[in-house]
Design a protein around this ligand. Structure first.
Ligand code: BG6
Length: 482
């Protein structure tokens, strides 16, 4: 097999605006829904707010220098809509616009290609107050206004764009990713999960068309949270359940991007259970008019599904979350009676937050998606959430993270050796940042941020062992993984 990664393969890491920037109310920025959601998590679970996170807003030059030291050729990050348009629409905020110019210029000066995500869970709070944010179809017009502005503003410097981060995960974990008012959480409004996703599909299509119209040499696609799904056993009922789960949890999203329509089995299931989105005249034509140049994948773990009988005592339930960071504390599994039930894979070890560790899943999904859609792929997230401890020598010996990243890079390489076209690899994350569901204790970074949930301190950057290892990997262009 071919030992070398292609010359133009991009190596970097990933982050998202509200999880890394901090400066939540500085430089003209107003609240996003994540500022509000994370205030609530602070009160309920003691997790950090989004006010400071890793303070990249004030440390971006230092962070770019660290990227350069590791030999990055790309950096994937998102723009905060509420930093550009504090009220969601109307007049842009010059300080916010300038901040991203400065960051992008600093990257380019250091030979690092920006990969820009337009939206990563952080809807401007003003739009939530105005009409409920993504719950209302009005957001599609406001997103178009925002997307047109940022694409035009940065089009000479940014050529690789991703639209909306992880629509599938937004459906599964909607209260962490969108602000949902209490009165809609009585179990009677679950259809809204799929309605939000439909609005996002319209916004995604518009954004793809805008990039193609406005950015010379630009490419665009979605970044999706994707877990391959295995059957719990080779019993035909479990294998069928796996296919049902694949349709509703994965193909429902990717078919939109590459076939321009909803996966039929998944849509029929949703229609039968009053969960299907309301689709207006012209929506499917708009969706079909947009083409994605690639699919960006956020891969952390594989999943497992088993047969679930259709009896009246079992109700639909949604994905559980482990908030404690103690293995086995996951709060239940997604269940769709008569269709499938997600479950633990007894053959795989997990992180302390119950995410199955499975490098083979990486090879599996890359080969499967490439075979089915025949489009280039990139990894925009992949990483291990862990409790990192600073040793008495002041260092962070995260050999478990090195083992995780190494095995996943090897799996990606095997997929490439079998013909899969890959553009980039960006692990999650550059620095420790605010987890979407577990505060600051669950760390992902190659660079340690010296802070706790309670105390942001100075956010001092400390290189972890994985930093030095990744630097060596990139120096050798992926050949030396030792
Ligand atoms: C992805 C998201 O789903 O997973 C990131 O795009 C997120 O925003 C990452 O941080 C890890 O999840 P968590 O919940 O551990 O932060």
């Amino acid at each position: 097999m071919n030992k070398r990664f292609p010359e133009n393969f991009l190596w970097g890491a990933s982050s998202s605006a509200y999880q890394v920037e901090g400066a939540a109310f500085e430089g003209g920025k107003k609240a996003s829904q994540q500022d509000i959601i994370n205030r609530d998590s602070f009160e309920r679970f003691g997790f950090a707010t989004a006010d400071v996170t890793a303070d990249q807003y004030h440390h971006y030059k230092e962070d770019v220098a660290l990227m350069k030291e590791m030999n990055f050729s790309c950096y994937r990050f998102s723009l905060a809509w509420a930093r550009i348009f504090p009220d969601g629409t109307g007049e842009p905020n010059p300080e916010g616009v300038k901040y991203y110019h400065d960051l992008i210029d600093e990257l380019k000066r250091n030979g690092i290609e920006p990969i820009v995500t337009m939206y990563h869970y952080d809807c401007p709070w003003a739009l939530v107050e105005k009409y409920g944010g993504w719950l209302d179809r009005k957001i599609v017009k406001d997103f178009e206004y925002y997307a047109r502005f940022i694409i035009n503003e940065y089009k000479d410097k940014v050529k690789i764009w991703t639209t909306i981060n992880e629509q599938s995960i937004i459906v599964q974990y909607w209260t962490q990713k969108c602000y949902i008012p209490e009165e809609l959480l009585d179990g009677k409004h679950e259809q809204l999960r799929y309605q939000i996703n439909h609005h996002m599909n319209l916004a995604h299509a518009i954004a793809c068309n805008l990039v193609h119209e406005m950015v010379e040499g630009g490419i665009v696609g979605s970044a999706i949270g994707y877990s391959p799904i295995y059957p719990l056993s080779s019993k035909p009922e479990d294998v069928m359940a796996m296919q049902n789960a694949q349709a509703l949890r994965n193909d429902y999203y990717t078919d939109i991007y590459f076939k321009g329509h909803y996966n039929k089995a998944a849509l029929l299931y949703l229609q039968e259970h009053d969960l299907a989105p309301k689709i207006e005249d012209g929506d499917m034509e708009l969706i079909a008019s947009a083409s994605s140049d690639f699919l960006a994948l956020n891969y952390y773990a594989s999943e497992c599904a088993r047969y679930c009988p259709d009896d009246s005592s079992t109700k639909i339930r949604w994905s559980g979350v482990n908030r404690s960071g103690k293995k086995g504390d996951i709060d239940g599994f997604e269940t769709h009676p008569g269709f499938y039930q997600m479950c633990k894979n007894p053959l795989l070890d997990t992180t302390d937050w119950d995410w199955a560790i499975d490098p083979t899943g990486m090879e599996y999904l890359l080969r499967d998606l490439y075979n089915r859609y025949n489009k280039p792929l990139m990894i925009t997230e992949n990483g291990l959430g862990a409790y990192d401890i600073m040793s008495p020598d002041g260092k962070i010996h995260d050999d478990y993270r090195i083992a995780y990243l190494k095995s996943h890079i090897q799996a990606m390489k095997r997929a490439m050796d079998y013909g899969v076209e890959m553009i980039a690899y960006c692990p999650w994350s550059l620095v420790d940042l605010l987890s979407t569901s577990n505060g600051m204790k669950k760390r992902y970074g190659l660079i340690y941020i010296d802070r706790t949930d309670e105390d942001p301190k100075e956010c001092k950057r400390i290189r972890k062992d994985s930093f030095y290892w990744y630097k060596k990997v990139l120096e050798s262009k992926g050949e030396d993984l030792t």
